[in-house]
Design a protein around this ligand. Structure first.
Ligand code: KG4
Ligand code: ZN
Length: 351
């Protein structure tokens, strides 16, 4: 089985061809970094236009690298949400057009499910497992029980983890995108020089919070001499990164305990999403997993950040179960993995 995947929900235009034998035949990603950099963040209008401009060419390139014609595909999958609606519309439209022209089934994939199932593509992992999904729009702990079957154990009550990285990077003048810039600065910093809060640490449950930490960083920076020295910026970045890692570690320990009780067959702690590319966080989680009796699994960096291989793979998982979608599928700006989980209030909460 061979499926083409298309991803356009954020600031990456991506196309990939993947087989049910877990082979990635092609995986092309075009980042819009340069288009958004002057604005210090993602501008939805610019993103949508860039997707429109590049989607066809990226699909053609993915097919060329895979050495296949559309007629050889079993189905076409695209991210159907959640995400920036203009971009999602472009990907869905492109996939529907190919599906219609080639007479193949269409699959609308939940972007979060793409992240959630990546470890099955890279490691052939069995259900169930515990997943930390930390990206620019989300920070959740989920029990992954099957395709389309998720139980949310915790989520952020305010900002997403990646959002906090991006804001802190901006405050430190490190530019965009923030996560990799903060990680790079932190590598040269002393995490112990400044004391920052560990949000939610010690509380029951698995919810996250990052806005208080972000505010603490802002106040800390206000008190430092301007312009910020490289040393000060590095030390703040290191302190922030350590606080995020420790806070996430605390929440994950609670999740491991809960999963051990409710789904004792789960043996793996998996990370996914852009923030999972963070080395310090990966190290912390490896320790946390080990202590909780779970093996830690982290997909390679290029499959943690947004990509279309994960969309093609989630498409394969769904196609195997006969879960195709009609051509009148409407893109979904919001699309929680666990619709039974309680809605969280507050600004910036996306699921
Ligand atoms: O999953 P993703 O590529 O896109 C979304 O679906 O949101 O995640 C992007 C987020 C951004 O906030 C980015 O700053 C963060 O992931 N990120 C990182 C790192 N690389 C990307 N955060 C911390 N450390 C990194 N190395
Ligand atoms: Zn993502």
């Amino acid at each position: 089985m061979v499926i083409l995947g298309i991803e356009t929900s954020c600031d990456e235009t991506a196309a990939a061809v993947v087989t049910d034998g877990r082979q990635i035949l092609s995986n092309v990603v075009l980042s819009q970094l340069e288009e958004h950099r002057p604005f210090g963040g993602i501008v939805p209008e610019i993103a949508a236009r860039a997707h429109l401009e590049h989607a066809d060419r990226l699909v053609a390139e993915a097919m060329r690298r895979a050495g296949l014609a559309f007629s050889r595909l079993d189905a076409i999958a695209a991210t159907g949400g959640p995400g920036l609606i203009g971009g999602v519309m472009v990907g869905v439209m492109t996939a529907k057009a190919i599906a219609l022209a080639a007479g193949k089934p269409f699959l609308a994939v939940n972007h979060l499910e793409g992240h959630a199932l990546t470890a099955r593509l890279t490691h052939g992992l069995d259900f169930p497992y515990l997943l930390l999904l930390a990206s620019g729009g989300h920070c959740q702990l989920l029990a992954v029980l099957g395709v389309g079957e998720y139980r949310r154990l915790g989520t952020t009550i305010d900002d997403a983890a990646g959002e906090a990285f991006d804001k802190v990077a901006k405050m430190l003048g490190l530019g965009y995108p923030g996560g990799p810039a903060v990680e790079k600065a932190a590598a040269a910093g002393n995490p112990a020089r400044f004391a920052l809060p560990r949000p939610m640490k010690g509380r029951p449950g698995c919810d996250f919070s990052f806005s208080g930490l972000k505010n603490a960083v802002r106040l800390l920076i206000e008190d430092l001499p301007k312009p910020l020295s490289e040393r000060d910026a590095a030390d703040v970045a290191a302190a922030f990164q350590a606080a995020v890692a420790e806070s996430i570690a605390d929440r994950t320990r609670n999740a491991i305990r809960e999963v051990a009780e409710r789904w004792p067959a789960a043996r793996h702690l998996v990370v996914a999403g852009g923030v999972a590319a963070n080395g310090a966080l990966r190290e912390t989680l490896m320790t946390v997993g080990g202590e909780g009796g779970m093996d830690f699994i982290a997909p390679p960096l290029n499959l943690c950040t947004d990509n279309a291989a994960m969309i093609a793979w989630a498409g394969i998982e769904r196609f195997r179960l006969g879960l195709t979608d009609p051509l009148d599928f409407a893109p979904r700006p919001r699309w929680p993995l666990d619709p039974t989980a309680a809605k969280r209030g507050g600004a910036g909460v996306k699921a």
